[in-house]
Design a protein around this ligand. Structure first.
Ligand SMILES: Nc1ncnc2c1ncn2[C@@H]1O[C@H](COP(=O)(O)OP(=O)(O)OP(=O)(O)O)[C@@H](O)[C@H]1O
Ligand SMILES: [Mg+2]
Length: 208
């Protein structure tokens, strides 16, 4: 059976696309699945993460490739023959270049770092997803417990044309630290972030 394709997309830079891509890869690997990462972002952050990981991790069922926007379909078809999950990380912009990634995706995740600015920035992706007749799912990232902003943003998100994932990632240093080391929050000693990533992975598996 062909692997499932998950695309991370959001116009706003720094919303957590690469962080979520890397953390999901670790979550799926830990569950015994094989994962192929496909980076279409010229910034190459996911590639840096993969290289840092390769320097320390043992052999694992994780592949990495890059592709231009127009090469996504071809690359995806190839990767999903061998991998259980293909995770596509995309650059912080929304234009026609994003369409092939959205078209290939079985699931589109749109990270929203808890601010209204981030939420407003989702409109472009949601519009493109609709044109591809795909449902997109917002993932609340960098949430801060007990803040009104988080509740406001979550409520506003509920009124948009996208689904909102129940699982959220809080604002935690461990996400930034582990990313820099080529690891995921699930591999860090502190447990809370790992539990959040696990919950997100569970929810994704239910949707796929
Ligand atoms: N939940 C979180 N808690 C703390 N830091 C986070 C969290 N999510 C992301 N970050 C940090 O925020 C920064 C931006 O995250 P990331 O690179 O994943 O965003 P991005 O959407 O991929 O950015 P770009 O659009 O530039 O590709 C990184 O330094 C990352 O470590
Ligand atoms: Mg990125």
């Amino acid at each position: 059976m062909a692997g499932k394709v998950i695309a991370l997309a959001q116009q706003k830079g720094g919303s957590g696309k690469t962080t979520i891509a890397a953390n999901l890869a670790v979550a799926f690997l830990q569950r015994g699945a094989s994962v192929a990462l496909l980076d279409t972002d010229p910034q190459g952050s996911l590639g840096r993460w993969f290289m840092a990981r390769r320097a320390t991790a043992g052999t694992e069922r994780l592949e990495f490739s890059t592709s231009s926007a127009w090469g996504v379909s071809y690359e995806c078809e190839k990767l999903k023959r061998d991998a259980d999950f293909v995770i596509i990380d995309t650059p912080p912009k929304v234009d026609a270049d994003l369409r092939p990634a959205l078209r290939e995706a079985d699931l589109i995740l749109v990270p929203v770092a808890s601010s209204h600015v981030d939420l407003w920035a989702t409109e472009g992706v949601l519009d493109l997803a609709q044109r591809e007749k795909k449902q997109a799912w917002l993932v609340m990232n960098r949430t801060r417990a007990g803040t009104r902003l988080g509740t406001d943003v979550a409520r506003a998100a509920g009124g948009m044309s996208a689904g909102v994932m129940v699982a959220e990632l809080a604002n935690r240093v461990v996400y930034a630290e582990s990313l820099g080391q080529g690891r995921g929050a699930l591999e860090a000693p502190r447990g809370l972030a790992g539990a959040e990533v696990s919950a997100l992975a569970d929810e994704i598996l239910r949707l796929l």
